[in-house]
Design a protein around this ligand. Structure first.
Ligand code: SAH
Length: 351
């Protein structure tokens, strides 16, 4: 009889009961075996290389009111900031000087930036650094806007769907935001030929094993190029301030299952994971993650992009941040890859 581990290793979607078993009834040996299997699959596709993307959090203004997020519009205690185009280009310059060839421009849904101004920003980064990949992560927009940005040079787009279950989605967001709309955006992005990243929070309020099982089914169907997952961490100025955060083990198990399900996916060990455990990102790499996203934002704004309590930020300058990351990766037998780090299917296309 096939065990749950066999199914997971074969890249099968696990049903809710199996997930419950592996999450809550398995011992650490089973987890170790799962992480080992995920690491082997990752090594087969990527060796010991870890892709690096420079993250630039360029605005913490947001018009939305997601119940979990510290930069939600109704949070009056957060000090808001926006980076100017010059500041953003300076961040890219610093990243480029330190070898990075992949930049992620992330922000809240800030109406201050028109579609044209983001297009101009992308165009400027791509003109100055044509050998770099640009990823946008600025929320939900129309097909036309996504097309404009693609035509301006954007390569990739990150838009976590947050949960694949519409009722659960409704418990995490105000009713003006719907899963249908969010999923529509993801399919639009894919049809426009972006490399697309989706993802979800692990242990978000009201999440049950049946939701995690649904996540796997959705990932299998959608076939994203990237999957961003991290533990939910409460933020003191949100309606979810009293909720329990997501666990390290559940996040690691989900990372491993995603790696087995989508063997060549780009899978970051996220900042949230690094926030709940001092070696969270290394543990994430050990469970199948293969991407890290050091922060290139100016040191004086990093604390203000406070999605959740105690968000990890070193206060170090970008150069120090990148060399510290390289050191940490070397310490676990990995090495950072300073290149665009496209999804393997893109390289096939170029050949
Ligand atoms: N406005 C952009 C970027 C959102 S911030 C967008 O809509 O895509 C990036 C991610 O941070 C979110 O997608 C969410 O999954 C995560 N996040 C927000 N609040 C969080 C919290 N309290 N704990 C953990 N992750 C959180």
């Amino acid at each position: 009889m096939k065990t749950i581990l066999d199914l997971a290793k074969a890249g099968e979607c696990l049903p809710a009961e199996a997930l419950e078993d592996i999450l809550y009834r398995s011992n650490s040996d089973t987890h170790r075996e799962l992480f080992q299997a995920a690491s082997e699959v990752k090594a087969a596709h990527f060796g010991n290389g870890i892709y690096v993307r420079g993250l630039i959090e360029f605005t913490n203004y947001c018009k939305n009111n997601c119940f979990y997020c510290g930069i939600r519009a109704s949070n009056k205690t957060v000090e808001r900031y926006r980076l100017s185009k010059e500041q953003i280009l300076d961040c890219c310059f610093l990243g480029y000087q330190n070898g990075l060839r992949s930049f992620v421009l992330q922000g809240g849904e800030d109406p201050y930036y028109s579609a044209d101004s983001i297009a101009d920003l992308v165009f400027s980064v791509k003109s100055l650094y044509p050998d770099c990949a640009v990823t946008l992560s600025v929320g939900e927009h129309s097909f036309e806007t996504y097309r404009l940005w693609k035509n301006s040079g954007a390569d990739r787009y990150l838009l976590r769907h947050e949960t694949a279950d519409p009722i659960h989605y409704g418990r995490l967001h105000p009713s003006v935001l719907t899963l249908k709309k969010r999923m529509g955006c993801l399919y639009d992005l894919k049809s426009l030929d972006y490399q697309v990243g989706c993802g979800f929070m692990v242990g978000s309020p009201y999440q049950e094993p049946k939701h995690l099982a649904k996540e796997l089914l959705f990932l299998k169907e959608f076939q994203p190029h990237m999957v961003g997952i991290g533990p939910f961490i409460p933020h003191k100025d949100t309606p979810f301030r009293e909720k329990t955060g997501g666990s390290l083990t559940t996040t690691l198990v989900m990372l491993a299952l995603i790696r087995l399900l989508l063997p060549d996916v780009l899978l970051p060990a996220t900042t949230a994971l690094g926030t709940i455990h001092p070696h969270g990102r290394e543990l994430g790499i050990g469970a199948g993650a293969n991407v890290c996203m050091p922060n290139l934002s100016p040191e004086n704004v990093r604390a203000k992009y406070s999605l959740y309590n105690n968000k990890l930020h070193s206060g170090a300058e970008s150069a120090a941040e990148i060399s510290e990351l390289a050191r940490r990766m070397n310490a676990i037998g990995c090495s950072i890859v300073l290149g665009r780090g496209d999804h393997p299917s893109m390289n096939l296309r170029k050949e």
